[in-house]
Design a protein around this ligand. Sequence first.
Ligand code: SF4
Ligand code: SF4
Length: 474
Amino acid sequence: MAPDSADASASAGDGDGELVSLYQAQKKIYPRSVSGLFSKWRWGFVFLTQIIFYGLPWLEWGQRQAVLFDLGVRRFYIFGLVLYPQDFIYLTGILVISALSLFLFTAVAGRQWCGYACPQTVYTEIFLWIERKIEGDRSARMRLDAAPMSLEKFLRKASKQAAWIALALWTGFTFVGYFTPIRELTGLFANWVMGPWETFWIFFYAFATYGNAGFMREQVCKYMCPYARFQSAMFDKDTLIVSYDASRGEPRGPRSKKADPTVLGLGACVDCTLCVQVCPTGIDIRKGLQYECISCAACIDVCDTVMDKVGYPRGLIRYSTQHAMTEKWSRSEVIRHMIRPRVLVYLAILTTVVAAMMVSLSMRIPFKVDVVRDRGTLARIVSGGKIENVYRLQLMNASESPQRYRISATGLPGLVIASDNEFAVEATQARWVVVNLQLPYDGAAAGSHTIHFDIESLDSPGKLSEKSIFIVPR
Ligand code: SF4
Ligand code: SF4
């Protein structure tokens, strides 16, 4: 490995010992700030997603946190819904719905998720906002970076780092607040008595936020995100993408505002390069669709501003499709072509999965039961010559109120419960109970027999049946 990799990463020049790297150094990108319709949408999504993320753990539902994934007691609370590990199917359902929604959305409208709602975009936008407030816009930041160290430069850089670190820590703290009740966590954090897992995850999540949004930025989208790699498989020529209208824009070139471009033989692009300067991934959309484009529309906003200034119609860069560009379709034709077999198939599957999940949730019985044969007490003969088997049942109350449950057993003639058969379980709690089943001595042949425990809630509608085995010794 060593000799090969050494050869691959650097090779000697023609005998003079010069090293030639095969890897291009990463150029720092200084995105220029932009305003416009799509920028407003992006900030709208930043506010919406962050109000939900930072606010949700503080929301109370009855006597507890509204959304809490309590891994310690293996219970998820989502508003009125209490989920046990046995409800894992719902988590699977949510993941399938999320994936199908992403497929559908990507087929229709490209990488809008990346440009507006992906956490990487959202946190990069917030970190960039802090950077602009402290260091200034693009040219000021470039000047500051190029300048030698001075007190002003040091103070600006240190203030930016302090603000980034504070925000990253708050983000890590909020993340852990979804798993440990956040009010409890606040006390633990303030007194610095958090457990090892809480400490690890707060700092790990904070470090990931700080690194990804402060430094890695577009490199996460370009090199690390798997979605960027496979999303092209969901694109076709009728998918909405950010497109430069080359037939209108070329040949590009600068001109005075009063000049007639047709006389000069120029297109609408004044070659101001602002679309490149605002691009968070540093690409030139005029070169066509590139996988680095996250569909954020910053170039659309800035180009529309330029078009307004020079008095040309807006939309030189716009959301459009490859077909629409080549066939010169109108907006209504573009929308009509969005409804195509691939989209309808995604929509049909998505609707089916959502409907199945809704039906399943509405029919869900708000308790669960696990039956375990007591391995310490196998089948035995008890007084009266009866055969007894002992079971442990875990009764899990998945409702918000205390419940009483009645247990009965069926499957063999003469099978009776010889212990308590009614049990109370507190709201959202689980309880282990012991149940003794007895059978007359000649009630069944030697061997194992299938039986059922029927568990009925006495306080709310719902009945469950759990299979088990009754053993008759030889
Ligand atoms: S912002 Fe518009 S006019 Fe300026 S270079 Fe880009 S495409 Fe051309
Ligand atoms: S090319 Fe335009 S839409 Fe694509 S990432 Fe750059 S600024 Fe955003």
